[in-house]
Design a protein around this ligand. Structure first.
Ligand SMILES: *Cc1c(COP(=O)(O)O)cnc(C)c1O
Length: 222
C-alpha cells in the first residue's frame, strides 16, 4: 500500500480528538514528502540531529515531535523548532529543556514518559516516580516548559489484555494527575500511546496521539 493510501485510511479511521503522529525515523526525505503531500503535518523522530536535518529541508508548517530518548547535550539542536517532546522522564531533563527553550524565547510542550510495559528499560518514570516528581520537584517554576500530558509504550506482546490493562492504568494516572495538579490547565490534555500493533486498543482506552510508523512507511528493516 502506498504511503498516501495508508495515511488516508488511518486518518479516516481515527475518532475525533485522536491525532495521528507519523513516526518517520530512518525514513528518507522523499517518504516524508509523500506523507506531507497526502496531508500529514505531524511527524515524530527519535534522533535529534536526524529530525533537525529533515526539518531544515521540509516545509515549514510541519509540526515536529521528538519521541526518542533525549540526550541533554543535543537539546540545542531542536530547541528552536520542536513542538512536543514526548519522552521526558526526569526533573533534570525538564530543567535542561527549559533552559534551552528560554534562549529561544519559547515554551516547549513536554509529556512525561511512564514506564508501564513489562520489558526492562532504563527509560521512563514509574507511576510512583511520576507522582513523586510532581509532588516534590519545583516544576512550576520552569516557565519555558509546559507539561501537557503523558506518554507510554505498551508491552511488546500478543497478549492484548495485558496491553489494554497498561493503557487503562495510564488513563487512570492521567485522570489522577489532572485532578491533583492540572485541573485549571486545559493544556494538560494529551495521552501519547498506541503504535502500529496496538493503536486501536490505545484509542479505546483514551489515547489522544497515536504514534504510527511501520503501518504508514512499511518496515524500517531492523
Ligand atoms: C518507532 C516508534 C513508534 C512507531 O512504531 P511502529 O510499530 O512502527 O508503529 C512509536 N513510538 C516510538 C516511541 C517509537 O520509537
Amino acid at each position: 500500500m502506498s504511503i498516501a493510501t495508508s495515511i488516508q485510511q488511518l486518518r479516516s479511521s481515527l475518532p475525533e480528538g485522536v491525532r495521528l503522529l507519523a513516526i518517520s525515523k530512518y525514513q528518507p526525505i522523499e517518504a516524508l514528502q509523500e506523507a506531507y503531500d497526502a496531508g500529514q503535518r505531524m511527524f515524530g523522530e527519535n534522533h535529534i540531529q536526524e529530525m533537525a536535518a529533515k526539518a531544515a529541508v521540509l516545509p515549514k508548517d510541519i509540526e515536529w515531535h521528538f519521541t526518542g530518548h533525549v540526550q541533554t547535550n543535543k537539546i540545542k539542536y531542536m530547541a528552536s523548532f520542536v513542538s512536543l517532546i514526548h519522552a521526558v522522564d526526569s526533573f533534570r531533563l525538564l530543567r535542561e529543556i527549559d533552559k534551552h527553550a528560554a534562549k529561544h524565547n519559547r515554551t516547549i510542550d513536554c509529556l512525561l514518559q511512564i514506564h508501564i510495559a513489562q520489558e526492562e528499560t532504563k527509560y521512563g518514570l514509574t507511576i510512583d516516580g511520576c507522582r513523586q516528581l510532581l509532588a516534590t520537584e519545583p516544576w512550576r517554576e520552569l516557565h519555558n516548559v509546559r507539561i501537557t500530558g503523558l506518554m507510554a509504550m505498551g508491552s511488546n506482546t500478543d497478549d492484548m489484555h495485558q496491553v489494554r490493562s497498561e493503557f487503562r492504568q495510564m488513563r487512570q494516572l492521567f485522570d489522577e494527575l489532572k485532578a491533583a495538579y492540572f485541573a485549571d490547565e486545559p493544556s494538560f490534555a494529551q495521552l501519547s500511546e498506541g503504535m502500529t500493533d496496538d493503536y486501536p486498543i490505545a484509542i479505546e482506552e483514551g489515547s489522544t496521539i497515536v504514534r504510527i510508523g511501520s503501518m504508514i512507511f512499511g518496515s524500517r528493516g531492523y
